[in-house]
Design a binder for this molecule. Structure first.
Ligand code: CMP
Length: 220
């Protein structure tokens, strides 16, 4: 993993949502204690069970939060994109890392040491407030996932995932970002074969259709 000890400029830090409310002086202070890293696709940025030393911000690229069972089966807990942070859980409670964070594409990262992060939280209540909001949002998403796993069959889980991934464009509900059936399966606790079968059934029944790279959900 390529590491550069020199931090980013305060301008870059201002674009990180967690720091967007900080004044120039605070951003300057943070820029002096932050570091930067570049990682290639597939690299483990954080490994489950490791001890905790830093908080990371994703500036460029996408990463997935995963865990693996004893048989090597991977589950995807969440996807992270530009502006999002990770590694806060271990810093807050001192426990080992709760999950792996793996670069799904080449990523550019900013990191802060535990001490710098704690100082920043103590000095800036608004950062602590934003952090809490993000944690609540992640808890809500986790609750929703537990509910799906407990109450929905695989058809329901695939349908909910498709709706969650979709957006409205020109009055239609569509999915632009392509996700492999394997990744969909890892997100909803099903096999790739089952996800393929459900997607085929949804297409045959007219609930979804493809227009080139675009997946359209007509009646939603
Ligand atoms: P930490 O436990 O230090 O290391 C793994 C990180 O993955 C964790 O902190 C969080 O930042 C992140 N993480 C774990 N679970 C989730 C989740 N459900 N959604 C988003 N991020 C998560």
């Amino acid at each position: 993993m390529a590491t550069t000890p020199v931090g980013y400029s305060p301008v870059v830090l201002r674009n990180v949502p967690l720091f967007s409310g900080l004044d120039d002086l605070e951003l300057e202070k943070l820029s002096k204690v932050s570091g930067r890293k570049r990682v290639e696709r597939g690299a483990f940025i954080v490994r489950s069970g490791e001890s905790t030393d830093s908080l990371y911000f994703l500036l460029v690229g996408r990463a997935k939060v995963t865990n693996v069972d004893e048989e090597g089966r991977e589950i995807i807990l969440a996807w992270l994109g530009p502006g999002e942070f990770f590694g806060e859980m271990g810093l807050i409670d001192g426990s080992p890392r709760s999950a792996n964070v793996v670069a799904a594409e080449a990523c550019e990262l900013l990191f802060l040491s535990k001490e710098s992060f704690q100082r920043c939280l103590q000095d800036n209540f608004q950062v602590a407030q934003k952090l809490m909001k993000t944690l609540v949002m992640r808890l809500r998403e986790a609750d929703r996932k537990i509910e799906s796993l407990a109450l929905l069959d695989v058809y329901g889980r695939v349908a909910r995932l498709l709706l969650d991934m979709s957006e409205i464009a020109d009055g239609r509900r569509v999915i632009r970002k392509k996700m492999s059936k394997q990744d969909m399966a890892k997100m909803i606790g099903a096999s790739r074969e089952m996800v393929s079968k459900v997607m085929r059934d949804l297409e045959l029944s007219g609930y979804i259709c493809y227009e080139g790279d675009l997946l359209v959900i007509p009646g939603a």
